[in-house]
Design a protein around this ligand. Structure first.
Ligand code: HSE
Length: 433
């Protein structure tokens, strides 16, 4: 069987997983109908890699240009991560007429338009299945299965690290700090875990999904983004008692005037299928006009699931089935001038927790501010004296649907009341999609 020559640039968690996967199948994945030959591994840790039996017969080098300049190499797999070096490698590979496979969501969230255009100019493709949702074939589904659909919304849990931490905090009652240490140990987190826990990794993935779903060219930095690093365990407990689970969601929705894109922790009703997506598992729900809601679930992080997605792109390119889609489908080229709606225009329900002085008239004052901003209270729980600290008790409110900017204005006013310890207030969005 003819084999496709592949060079792997960056042999960390995913690169190592990919090598193992390919070697396990003797270079011939069971259903691929094509052979894969790893010719080069490029990395800086040559001493370490030379001792690895997986490297037998592979050219090991620290020179990123060596496989790019080798006419025998068909595909360059970029698994270096980060923006600059990875971007240069991809540019050089495309200019040399090589197809590229990458898992680099940060880079695509910043430069997809430009790199896709460069690929088209050189009549080659960029595969990026592994950039969103680890082993979940969401990019393939968007490109292939939903190609005839009008997508109304796409949302999901797209960061395994955050989902793992939130699950452990919810189920095991562990602290945020212990959760992040465990996630790093398991190889879910990015080299810089801030990208995970502050929501940026989810925003990178949402930018890629939004391009495919709505044809919008958006950079991750323009997406409203809140992470999980300042979530208090107490809110997970209150949310649970109100019938909700707390999840970090990436949400894209088509509205009359444009597209809403946001990443933030959200209360999800326990009856929603995403509320039961736990650990490092990711899930993406797509709402298509004709197909209705489709949810794809699977391992969203870790060496092998991500390597599986990388290998799927390699096989498609090796079989020459991907290039045609990449060069022809509008989602890879004609992104439209669609408006990204400003944060604050979205309408939803809110949860907020206040630390209130435990005396007569306090709730009346809070309710007065809410009424002034046309915010209707759906329910309210006040914890008893046992929870009192310095004369203050936690009071949790759930609202009916309200515009975010009204909610924020009201909360600012409430936090300024002398009967409220404003610095301790917490507001969370309730997502109902
Ligand atoms: N750090 C990412 C996550 C890895 O936790 O989901 C996959 O993109």
């Amino acid at each position: 069987m003819e084999k496709c020559n592949v060079a792997i640039c960056g042999c960390g968690t995913v690169g190592g997983g990919l090598l193992q996967l390919i070697r396990r199948n003797n270079g011939i994945p069971q259903n691929a109908g094509v052979g894969i030959n790893i010719t080069h591994v490029v990395d800086v840790r040559l001493d370490e890699l030379e001792k690895d039996p997986l490297m037998e017969g592979i050219i090991l080098t620290s020179d990123l240009n060596q496989p790019i300049n080798d006419p025998e190499v068909d595909i360059i797999v970029e698994l270096i991560g980060g923006i600059e070096t990875a971007g240069e490698v991809i540019e050089n590979a495309l200019e040399a007429g090589k197809d590229v496979v990458t898992a680099n969501k940060a880079l695509l969230a910043e430069r997809a338009d430009e790199l896709f255009q460069l690929a088209r100019q050189h009549n080659v493709s960029i595969g990026f299945e592994a950039s969103v949702g680890g082993g979940i074939p969401i990019i393939a589904a968007m490109r292939d299965s939903f190609v005839g659909e009008t997508i109304n919304s796409i949302f999901g849990i797209v960061n395994g690290t955050c989902n793992y931490i939130l699950t452990q905090m919810t189920q095991e009652g562990i602290s945020y700090e212990d959760g992040i240490a465990e996630a790093q140990e398991k190889g879910y987190a990015e080299a810089d875990p801030t990208l995970d826990v502050e929501g940026h990794d989810s925003a990178h993935k949402l930018a890629i999904l939004a391009r495919m779903a709505f044809g919008i060219n958006v950079k991750a930095k323009d997406i409203y983004c809140e992470g999980i690093s300042d979530l208090a365990p107490i809110d997970i407990i209150y949310a649970d008692s109100l019938g909700y689970r707390l999840k970090l969601l990436a949400i894209g929705a088509k509205k009359k005037d444009g597209i809403e894109l946001q990443v933030h922790p959200a209360l999800l009703d326990k009856s929603h299928p995403l509320s039961d997506v736990n650990g490092s598992v990711n899930a993406v729900c797509v709402h298509g006009e004709a197909v209705g809601e489709v949810t794809l679930t699977g391992l969203g992080a870790g060496a092998e699931p991500t390597a599986s997605a990388v290998l799927s792109d390699i096989c498609r390119i090796a079989r020459k089935t991907y290039q045609k889609d990449f060069l022809q489908l509008p989602m890879f080229s004609n992104v439209q001038d669609i408006r990204l709606l400003p944060q604050g225009t979205a309408t939803m329900k809110y949860y907020f927790r206040l630390s209130c002085l435990d005396t007569a008239g306090v709730l009346a004052r809070v309710a007065g501010v809410l009424g002034k901003h046309n915010i209707s209270i759906a329910s309210c729980i006040q914890k008893g004296e046992a929870h009192q600290q310095h004369g203050h008790v936690p009071v949790v409110f759930m609202t009916h649907k309200v515009k975010e900017k009204n909610m924020l204005k009201a909360l600012k006013e409430i936090n300024e009341l002398e009967c409220i310890r404003g610095g301790e207030s917490r507001m969370l969005r309730v997502t109902e999609i």
